[in-house]
Design a protein around this ligand. Structure first.
Ligand SMILES: [Zn+2]
Ligand SMILES: [Zn+2]
Length: 144
């Protein structure tokens, strides 16, 4: 890999490390119930990268569930310490959704939108300085 390393990270116990080359494609905070349960807190901060830009070192375990879209979302975590690390959506297998809290340095993270505000808890504050959506954002307009 000749590209520069954009960021590195690891799980809590260090059994799984990862390295990302290239910038995130998309960044969001998600208050959906699945993210709340899987993370044990009010929302997940997610950054989507090209799968080809991400190198994961170490074994992960995963749990797959059906997303609202009908696609399957496989959430990967460290089998030793349980840290949430990344997800892959069956509808977009060329992308990887990284859990931002697992990165060594997270200053680059700037959420572009907040998702599933319909299940946002009153005690969990995210920014209203970017678009907020009750569920998933509407699909982008068709390119002309
Ligand atoms: Zn671990
Ligand atoms: Zn979610």
């Amino acid at each position: 890999m000749a590209q520069d390393v954009h960021a590195t990270g690891q799980c809590l116990c260090g059994a799984v490390h990862f390295r990302v080359a290239g910038p995130p494609i998309w960044m969001a905070q998600c208050h959906c119930r699945d993210c709340q349960r899987a993370s044990g807190t009010g929302h997940m901060s997610n950054a989507i990268f090209k799968l080809a830009d991400v190198e994961i070192v170490g074994e992960t375990a995963s749990y797959a569930s059906e997303a609202d879209s009908g696609a399957t979302l496989a959430r990967h975590f460290c089998p030793t310490c349980g840290s949430r690390l990344f997800s892959v959506n069956s509808a977009r297998p060329w992308l990887i959704i990284m859990a931002v809290g697992a990165f060594d340095d997270t200053r680059w993270f700037k959420p572009q939108m907040v998702l599933y505000t319909k299940s946002r808890a009153a005690w969990d504050h995210t920014t209203d300085q970017v678009p907020n959506f009750e569920g998933m954002p509407p699909p982008p307009p068709p390119k002309s």
